[in-house]
Design a protein around this ligand. Sequence first.
Ligand code: CP
Ligand code: NVA
Length: 305
Amino acid sequence: MYEVPETLKGRHLTRIADWSADEVALVLDLADELKRAQQIRESHRLLLDRTLVMIFDKPSMRTRVSFGAGIVQLGGLTVQLDRDEIMLGERETVRDAAAVLSRYADGIMIRTSSQATVDELADYAAVPVINGLTDEEHPCQALADVLTIRERFGGLDGVRVAYVGDGNNVCTSLMLASAKLGASLAVATPPGYEPPDAAVAAAGANVTNDPREAAAGANVLYTDVWTSMGHEAERKQRLRDFDGYGIRDELVALAAPDAIVMHDLPAHYGEEITEEILHGPQSAVWDQAENRLHAQKAVMALVMR
Ligand code: CP
Ligand code: NVA
């Protein structure tokens, strides 16, 4: 059976910044092992009979299915609560929900807008809380992203990651996770859509308003939607502001010849990327999406022991 260290037992994953480079590497190493096990259908029931509660305040496909399938593959089960059922902070306080859910479950995964809600849940929960996306961060996505980059390039040291688009939750977590493992970051956004200063400083990222500058020589060309969940009312304005910031053939041609293209999905064709590029030879997005499963299984196995 697997050597799963106890060092991360009981830990929350609310932000990438809270985990050290060694802890992230531990996740990736276990994810590699669990991926191999899943591929050869070798049993790896590291969380036998453990329960994960999943709270979804926002839509999801990848996060929902990868956590749901992942916990079952580890021998556990999920209970899912959607927005209208739990009404977190409305029907009862976050503190009370944390106290009760901690008596039923061995871990809580939550997708909601407010990072403060996730932090509060973690403050009061007696079991690990995993951030499945907030407006500020998407740490599980970032772990799958760095797992994918490591698979393709053997490591992240010296890898040039260029993110073009909205300086949002996905951009923030990607910057923090990949810089932690030694990558260099270049980010191109329209004026006013830059990622938060603290994340830029922590990642030592180069931020520009010129997508060509960011893409030049990049090993990884990454993008995400221009209109994130919750910003739908700004969509028309955003389409105007982001014009020229999409991943197109000309931009890919500026990257390194063996560069990979990444996107956390879902994609909006003709906006931040084209269907041809997403399904083209340089795209790593399907491995990236698959790696959500393996990275999150590793996180759960490490924190929910
Ligand atoms: N990338 C991602 O988190 O996808 P979902 O919104 O479908 O979960
Ligand atoms: N930035 C996007 C990511 C979706 C997975 C959003 O927050 O909607």
